[in-house]
Design a protein. Structure first.
Length: 403
């Protein structure tokens, strides 16, 4: 609980911290990697640093978390922190690292705000940091324990059994466990972190959604080759596309991820995806098909054209196992559909073109502008925000859950 002493200090300094938070986040990361360069070898994603998206995500999150504490000093924003805790767990973050982050963050606040950081101000922000840190450590401990791992045992070896070209840009990897230790199956919608060795001798983590129900012996993920368009090509997706083949062994974390399907309430499920955003949807639909679900399921998918629609045969086959399931597609570059879909439209996805089931739960995945559009349209139709979940393929710069 945020103390009565710190609350007014945080309230008074939130505007100035908020106004400088991007600069604080930038300097924080520079200082962190200067003092702890090992964190760029296997822990932090250097693509997100190069693009500036992770500093922006942190800069967005800190004022939101601090505001939540000021408004409800007796409640911890656990729901807001859950997404972060899953990401941390998939990277094997340990409690001892919170002191390192603390020291560098407080250094950056002092460096940017200078004399404005009186001992009283520093003490109040210190309290906010540790409230968040202990909440995260607590959630992460629960996540590790539910998976039956410790932070240093999240990593497991898997052998590539199949590498399946899906489209010109997308491949699917089917992996079999070659590690003695048991891996509990994922919850529908979860991801793994792949830890790749790079040519410069360092390691880089990237998250990939599980694109089919797994069973502890086999798992599957699907990767789009990221081209730079003027910037460097994506490091890990390029390696996975061009260097990794059948028989190679990959290091993956056990599955984590806060955005999971909850079919216990028995409500209709609507999945809306665009492009490579199909992957968690395919995973969730595969779980429903494997479980013999009787829930009404609808998939709405937008893509360039049918050839660009990754995992299309798998999802259509899985949907065929679900009574009454439907699939509508939108192709921005037309061409119609050869495959048996319920409806095909040209152009961008427009949910007013289909009749959505009453009282449904929604899952979105795709570029943020796409999800923003669909979410706004759903809310306009009266869908409560709490019934719309979304997955972002990168640091969450949207933070719609935090609204
Ligand atoms: C929860 C989650 C699930 C995901 N699921 C999937 C999935 O199922 N399938 C999938 O394909 N992806 C998925 N992703 C995305 C994936 O984790 C990677 O981000 C993606 O593969 C790109 O990684 P990369 O190493 O190839 O690119 P990176 O090397 O990380 O590059 C990313 C971008 O940064 C740009 N860049 C690099 N250097 C610079 C620079 N100096 N200046 C400016 N820009 C630069 C690159 O051009 C590129 O556009 C998921 C992400 C998350 C968080
Ligand atoms: C109170 C303390 C902390 C807060 C509030 C915090 C917050 C965040 C946030 C908001 C994200 C982005 C999540 C997303 O949208 O994907 C994130 C990711 C991350 N955090 Fe933390 N974090 C904290 C502590 C730590 C610690 C101690 C470490 C250990 C070194 C750490 C390492 C990471 C890493 C490696 C990522 C993923 C970065 C990436 O993929 O670019 N964090 N954290």
């Amino acid at each position: 609980m945020l103390s009565e002493k710190s609350r007014p200090v945080i309230e008074a300094t939130l505007p100035v911290v908020g106004a400088h938070i991007e600069e604080i986040a930038k300097r924080f990361y520079l200082h962190l990697f200067e003092t702890h360069p090992e964190l760029l070898d296997g822990t932090f994603n250097r693509g997100n640093q190069a693009q500036g998206t992770q500093p922006l995500a942190l800069a967005g999150a800190v004022p939101v978390f601090a505001t939540a504490l000021v408004q409800h000093p007796d409640q911890l924003p656990e729901n807001l922190l859950s997404r972060v805790a899953h990401k941390h767990a998939s990277l094997g973050i340990v409690p001892e690292q919170y002191q390192i982050v603390h020291d560098n963050l407080m250094w950056a606040i002092g460096d940017v705000l200078g004399d404005a950081v009186t001992p009283e101000v520093a003490a109040a922000w210190d309290e906010v940091y540790w409230l968040l840190a202990y909440t995260l450590i607590h959630i992460e401990r629960g996540l590790y324990s539910a998976r039956g791992v410790r932070p240093n045992t999240v990593w497991r070896k898997w052998e590539v059994e199949q590498k399946i070209p899906e489209t010109d840009e997308v491949v699917t990897f089917v992996l079999k466990r070659v590690d003695d230790r048991l891996v509990k199956p994922s919850l529908p919608g979860q991801y793994i972190t792949v830890q790749m060795a790079l040519a410069d001798g360092t390691h880089q983590p990237r998250q990939y959604s599980l694109s089919r129900a797994d069973n502890g012996e086999f798992c599957q993920f699907t990767v789009k080759h990221v081209h730079g368009g003027g910037q460097p090509d994506g490091e890990v997706s390029t390696l996975l596309h061009t260097k990794v083949d059948v028989g190679d062994v990959l290091t993956l974390s056990v599955p984590f991820g806060a955005v999971v399907l909850d079919d216990a309430a028995g409500r209709p499920m609507v999945f809306a995806s665009a492009g490579i955003g199909i992957t968690p949807m395919a995973g969730m639909i595969s779980h429903l098909a494997t479980a013999g679900s009787l829930l009404p399921v609808m998939l709405l998918h937008g893509d360039h054209n049918e050839d660009a629609f990754a995992l299309r045969r798998q999802v259509i086959a899985d949907l065929a196992k679900l009574p009454g399931a439907s699939i509508y597609v939108w192709y921005s570059h037309g061409g119609g559909s050869q495959l048996p879909v319920t409806g095909v439209f040209s152009g961008e996805m427009d949910i007013s073109q289909v009749h959505l089931p009453d009282n449904a739960v929604y899952h979105l995945c795709g570029p943020i502008p796409f999800m923003h559009e669909v979410r706004s349209a759903l809310i306009k139709q009266g869908v409560p925000p709490k019934d719309i979940q979304y997955e972002v393929f990168g640091p969450d710069l949207w933070q719609a859950d935090y609204e």
